[in-house]
Design a protein around this ligand. Sequence first.
Ligand code: SIN
Length: 539
Amino acid sequence: MLGKRPLDIAADDVVVVGTGMAGLITALSLAPRRVTLITKTAMLESGSSLWAKGGIAAAVGPGDTPEAHAEDTLSAGAGLSDPERALALTREGADSLRLLIHEGVPFDRALDGTLELAREAAHGRPRIVHAGGDATGRVIMSALIERARRTPSINILRSTFAHDLVVDDGAVRGLLVFEHGKGWSCRHASHVVLATGGIGMAWWHTTNPAESTGDGLAIAARAGAELADLEFMQFHPTALAVDTESGKPNLPLLTEALRGAGALLVDDTGNRFMTSIHPAAELAPRDVVARAIEQKLSSGVSVYLDMRPVVKSGHDGEFPEAVHACRDAGLDPARDLLPIVPAAHYHMGGIHVDDNGHSSLEGLWACGEVANTGVHGANRLASNSLLEAVVYARRVAKGIRSTRTARDEVPLPIQDAPEAPVPGTEQELEAIIAATRRSVSRHVGIVRSGPGLQRALRQLHSLDRRLGRVASGELHDPAGSFDRVLRWSEAHNLLLVARLVASAALDREESRGAHFREDFPHALPEWQRHQSLTMDRLT
Ligand code: SIN
């Protein structure tokens, strides 16, 4: 796969891939140490963190404790959350808020100046801290981006795609990237941090942005890193069902906090169906609500979120993003029922990391959604992910600071630029991506079965071969071809990730948390364990 073009080598120390909360906090926490921060997007304002509508869970309210927060985390995790790690995480809640406040995040406060605390499903108490109501992600990210831009030790490379790790003898030596306007180069580094977010784009509907194509997970898989719990994908019950037939995957999220504030779930006869399914009704665990809605939809019944009680009680001002999304879709939340559909939301599985965020490969670190820290188990508790992103980003920075690395004099095991695959036609590439998403949604969705997962694996394998066939030729004009390299690589990554998730889901012959198998509908004691896997599992 090596071409004749000599590869440019840039000498870095630490490279962080991804500019969401986890990536930015890692880079900021390492200052004044030099960090190269890479994002494939043209703007820093991108990625899932920006879209976060929930807040940060932290046990800071009267009578609340990290122990109670950890208990809720464990019970949502359905027997697979690591108790020690969950408690260590929740104990860092208050400190994480302090850090963000220090970075300039204006959290929402009551008139007496105390932090306002909201309640979300499966939390025993109100403990969700927001900033700008359901615009929390946007508000936090704008403070962090501003801070990163003003930090001289952070070298930001935008429109730069992280293609593959350069690994030698089990240790990471750098990262092969494709930069818009410049083409291929290798960032020679002792530490690479993957903070690339999730994999929602593998499904037909997702609350994730278009960037969530599983790049970090695929990069780590190809490098031989250990991955874990890949079968656990959380589906958010209430994405606004607008434009669902267009094939555009990204749907606006109607935050769970709306249900916490009184919004109801009804079917097309006005029946509040969750009351007969779970004692907590609309605030039942997310997987229970998502399955109930999915069942209605698949039997041809439409489901709606009724936001009118929230408007009536005067709380709609706390949900500017939801109101805006409804208005954009021509709906008035004070009058209309809001059509909803569950959508792929958050991946609990990922690159398996230790307490410091270090992976099974020397020099490879991961934090944020791409990492599997063992905290979320089979089902993440709402609003724990931003907390986890802050906590593990800081630990990664600390881990890197305390790792002594000898000056790397050994030549890199890569010297030429790769032959970049050039897709035959854009239409064929998009057709492959659409077929991948269809297959994953159909067979690796909210309700799964052995035969369905086997079918998905066959379909994805053949799509992978089809993708290989449309890729041909050497890239002669690297500077002008960023979009094509990016799209092909995203498709390649998405397919790999889809196959890994389907394979893990086929292996887990039980139902637990977000993973539901209709042929094995109960949790089984012998499956109360993590499932790790490496790329060589795929045939
Ligand atoms: C939501 O606001 O409903 C999503 C929050 C989360 O997934 O943590």
